[in-house]
Design a protein around this ligand. Structure first.
Ligand SMILES: Cc1cc2nc3c(=O)[nH]c(=O)nc-3n(C[C@H](O)[C@H](O)[C@H](O)COP(=O)(O)O)c2cc1C
Ligand code: SF4
Length: 454
């Protein structure tokens, strides 16, 4: 399909291969860096980013420039940039595609950030299943180094900065900024709360800027074309720039689309992603990755941007849209997500560590036709308790859960009435046998017998 909206991040998109260094340069790549290093002050770059109102693309939407301002002005010593490429949120597949489309856009963005905050080292934290992307980043960093755009004395100036690729051990919680810093440091990656922000005390206790990879890839465009240009790309009054939308589920053309931030959800699904396959009717949409709620079709005309979504009581998240049709069991879909969250809990706090396996157990009962009326209240109570967990992980897991009951409770009750899944799903398999180490309410511990540590 011909996309007629401005392509900034995907300007150099080629079918099945990344843009080369030469192709990137031919399209004006690295001009932002060349016009900046040694020619503009770091404060000037920061000012451009503040004026552009670049908001983080990793889920929370925090303004990038404001985060960078968090580094104490009088700090003397090493500073770091951590590029969050963990991308383990189910439904999200934009950072990987961006690396594969234009690795040098990513590298230029990282170096511009490093210049603005005067960092000397950058760490790309990447999930292990993205090994080929880790290799690609390493190879293309070498190419950038050979051209004097990375490493010692960049462009012959006194500014030196290099990038290391760090392979994650592969846990979702390592995507959370403070946990990621601990993971890189070789510590147990449970999130850190309270105390100084990572921009004050991060990697090796030094000021560290953690930004999502897509966030940083916007920097070359902002520096080259200016903040007003960046703002003009958005379709919503409050938005800035374009956004990568990962669209999956029941659509004709699932994929990753670069569109103006603020593009209505209906247009993304029905125009860009080709709409529903013949005979399928849209029942629900998850708008921003697995830790955002199920929304019924009355929300389809929402502008996909942080503020309009927030105003409607919804979440923009990573703008990773999952589409469900009338034949999909939403109890089963929620269970699928809760299976993931229960497995990935870091175990630090009780509402998450205990609440998620508890809810998983109850959802398995309902989906398998053994649900009882009391289970509904039990799940809702547990989901509400998750909102008071230590970090944002469990409140995120509670989002699809609570919205299932807010908008689709009749579907849950139909499971109780028919004593089976009304969509014909087989009862969920519970692997292994109960090991008896948990209270009976929590049900069988689902570790396979051969891996049981007891
Ligand atoms: C459980 C959890 C997982 C996360 N995973 C990611 C991730 O994979 N990538 C990411 O960029 N941000 C992730 N985040 C958000 C980060 O904590 C952080 O806000 C983000 O990397 C900051 O970058 P940004 O300001 O550019 O968005 C996650 C947060 C939580 C709570
Ligand atoms: S909510 Fe608690 S147990 Fe869950 S990931 Fe965060 S700190 Fe760990």
């Amino acid at each position: 399909m011909q996309i007629d909206t401005p392509q900034v991040l995907f300007k150099n998109r080629h079918l099945g291969r990344p843009a080369t260094f030469e192709e990137y340069r031919a399209g004006g790549g690295y001009e932002a860096l060349i016009s900046t290093v040694g020619k503009r002050t770091p404060a000037e770059v920061l000012q451009l980013v503040l004026e552009a109102d670049l908001r983080g693309r990793g889920g929370a939407g925090f303004p990038a420039g404001k985060k960078w301002q968090g580094i104490p002005a009088d700090y003397v010593g090493p500073r770091y940039v951590v590029v969050n490429t963990d991308e383990m949120e189910p439904g999200t597949f934009k950072d990987r595609i961006l690396v594969n489309v234009d690795p040098h856009l990513v590298i230029e963005g990282i170096v511009l950030c490093a210049y603005a905050v005067q960092a000397t080292e950058g760490v790309c934290f990447i999930r292990p299943s993205y090994e080929s992307d880790a290799v690609l980043l390493e190879e293309q960093s070498r190419v950038a180094r050979e051209h004097g755009l990375l490493g010692n004395s960049i462009l012959g100036t006194t500014f030196s900065f290099d990038i290391h690729v760090h392979r994650s051990a592969g846990r979702y919680i390592c995507g959370e900024a403070s946990a990621q810093i601990k993971a890189i440091s070789g510590l147990r990656p449970n999130p850190r709360k309270g105390g100084p922000r990572t921009s004050v005390k991060g990697l090796w206790d030094c000021p560290t800027i953690v930004n999502n990879l897509e966030t940083l890839a916007n920097l070359p465009g902002i520096v080259r074309n200016g903040p007003q240009w960046f703002k003009s790309l958005a379709r919503s009054a409050t938005g800035s720039g374009t956004k990568l939308f990962s669209v999956s589920g029941r659509v004709v053309r699932p994929g990753c689309y670069e569109l103006p931030i603020g593009t209505p959800l209906r247009e993304i699904i029905y125009t860009h992603a080709g709409g529903m396959p013949p005979g399928r009717v849209l029942k629900a949409v998850i708008p921003g990755g697995a830790s955002t709620p199920f929304m019924p079709d009355k929300y389809l005309d929402l502008e996909m941007d942080f503020e309009p979504m927030k105003k409607a009581g919804q979440r923009f998240g990573t703008a990773s849209i999952m589409v469900f049709d009338q034949n999909t069991c939403l109890v089963g879909a929620t269970l699928n997500l809760i299976e993931f969250f229960a497995r990935e809990s870091c175990g630090w706090c009780t509402p998450c560590r205990e609440g998620l396996p508890y809810v998983r157990y109850l959802l398995r009962l309902i989906e398998g036709g053994q649900g009882q009326e009391a289970h509904i209240a039990m799940i809702k109570d547990a989901a509400k308790a998750m909102r008071s967990a230590y970090c944002a992980f469990a409140p995120g897991a509670a989002e699809p859960l609570l919205s299932l009951f807010e908008f689709f409770e009749p579907e849950v009750r139909e499971h109780l009435r028919q004593k089976r899944c009304p969509f014909g799903n087989p009862p969920p398999a519970v692997r292994g046998k109960a090991c008896g180490t948990r209270p009976p309410d929590f049900g069988p511990t689902p570790c396979p017998e051969d891996q049981c540590p007891i």
